[in-house]
Ligand binder design. Structure first.
Ligand SMILES: Cc1cc2nc3c(=O)[nH]c(=O)nc-3n(C[C@H](O)[C@H](O)[C@H](O)COP(=O)(O)O)c2cc1C
Length: 169
């Protein structure tokens, strides 16, 4: 797959197959986050990885859609110390795309109960959790191809290019 196809085809996936994610793949996802560029190369993020199913069930109570985390095979909470969350957003999207390119789906999960998330993950007060990414293989994998590009761009539930673009010139 090329990068453009990965970027346009990636979707939030909330149902995961009962198939573990090899540690090698998790490490590739983490590396994608680690090498992300950031303002003045500050890299103000940390990654908290949870694989244990009991711990995932506890962590699920801290997010808006608990089933996403309860049913996933691994979760990565991305924390930042920065006030500007732009860099953390770049880091999270790189992880999502690296996983997608390896056939692993994910969903960002908004934090409903920060105190519970922080205490379960033992996050120091200097950091805040930006999102918890749930990861897993799709039950029915979809492998987009180059010939799907036009259809994906047309059908994706997003605003049109005209609505979001101003050609200042
Ligand atoms: C900051 C952020 C928080 C999100 N929080 C949740 C969430 O709490 N639960 C959830 O199921 N999806 C969550 N999502 C996923 C969005 O719902 C999803 O990206 C959006 O609906 C587009 O879906 P699609 O890529 O499958 O088209 C979140 C996405 C972002 C970027």
């Amino acid at each position: 797959m090329d990068a453009f196809l990965d970027i346009i085809s990636v979707r939030a996936v909330r149902d995961y197959a009962d198939r573990p994610i090899p540690e090698e793949n998790l490490r590739r996802i983490l590396e994608a986050g680690r090498v992300t560029g950031s303002s003045v190369n500050r890299q103000e993020w940390k990654f908290y990885v949870v694989r244990n199913s009991d711990r995932l069930a506890d962590l699920a109570e801290a997010v808006y859609a608990p089933d996403n985390v309860r049913g996933c095979k691994a979760a990565i909470a991305v924390t930042t110390t920065a006030r500007n969350q732009f860099d953390a957003g770049r880091c999270v999207q790189n992880m999502i795309l690296a996983a997608w390119a390896d056939g692993i789906s994910s969903c960002p999960n908004g934090i409903r109960d920060a105190a519970t998330a922080n205490s379960l993950l033992r996050v120091p007060s200097s950091e805040s959790v930006t999102t918890i990414l749930s990861f897993g293989y799709r039950a029915h994998p979809i492998v987009p191809k180059e010939e799907d590009v036009a259809r994906i761009l047309q059908r994706v539930k997003r605003k049109s290019l005209e609505e979001v673009t101003v050609w200042v010139d």
